[in-house]
Design a binder for this molecule. Structure first.
Ligand SMILES: C[S@@+](CC[C@H](N)C(=O)[O-])C[C@H]1O[C@@H](n2cnc3c(N)ncnc32)[C@H](O)[C@@H]1O
Length: 203
């Protein structure tokens, strides 16, 4: 039997011990499944030739959290794209910049409330349940995940889920996707809640 922890994660836990539980959550099976789901469906769309021109130059990641699972998948798929990561939490952004991706030149991370930013080109937001629908310019390629996880099994409200949706169509409506430019919509049933994903263009 062999156990291991990657050096970056070990450094985060040493420097920010109070974030250890949150960090472990970011590596949970469900988180990993959903990030791979995103990468696989996006890859299929691009391979079908639907959006060969996208992302053009830049991918924004709103409410990016640590980026530990998503960013390696995205840089493998789009090695030449700029990545702009936004999170409202200052420590999260320090961890992204200084510990997980200090040498990734194509990536810049900023402390920012995504609700006050206007997105363009390509937006990934896997934190839609955490914020009001975001502003995007017309034609933005939007890759979105949300859920209906309003309450825990014991009935406790999940306070930071301020914008859950009942189904994927509500997510599509919130983000004003063009009906004829929805490239993917689907859901995963995790028993206690459902996770939704939609990929398409902004009206
Ligand atoms: C728990 S995490 C991500 C969970 C999400 N289900 C996922 O799979 O990526 C939510 C992140 O969104 C960030 N966040 C919440 N509100 C935000 C806002 N208005 N602007 C930017 N980031 C925000 C939080 O700081 C946190 O890092």
């Amino acid at each position: 039997m062999k156990f291991g922890i990657d050096p970056a994660t070990a450094t985060v836990i040493k420097r920010y011990p109070h974030r250890a539980e949150d960090l472990v959550k970011s590596f949970s099976d469900r988180q990993v499944i959903c990030k791979h789901w995103l990468a696989e469906e996006l890859d299929k769309i691009i391979k079908r030739g639907i959006k060969k021109d996208r992302p053009k130059k830049r991918i924004y990641v709103a409410g990016c959290w640590y980026g530990n699972v998503l960013i390696p998948l995205i840089t493998d798929m789009f090695p030449d794209c700029d990545i702009r990561m936004h999170d409202i939490n200052e420590q999260v952004i320090k961890i992204v910049k200084n510990i997980y991706f200090p040498d990734l030149e194509q990536l810049k991370a900023s402390v920012l409330d995504s609700q006050h930013f206007s997105y363009s080109d390509t937006l990934i937001n896997t934190s839609c349940e955490h914020m009001k629908p975001l502003k995007c310019t017309s034609g933005t390629l939007m890759i979105l995940q949300s859920n209906d996880y309003t309450h825990d099994k014991d009935g406790t409200a999940i306070n930071d889920h301020i914008n859950c949706v009942k189904d994927v169509d509500e997510l599509i409506a919130q983000y004003k996707m063009r009906e004829d430019e929805i490239f993917y919509k689907g859901e995963k049933d995790f028993v206690t809640y459902k996770r939704f994903m939609a990929i398409g263009l902004r009206k």
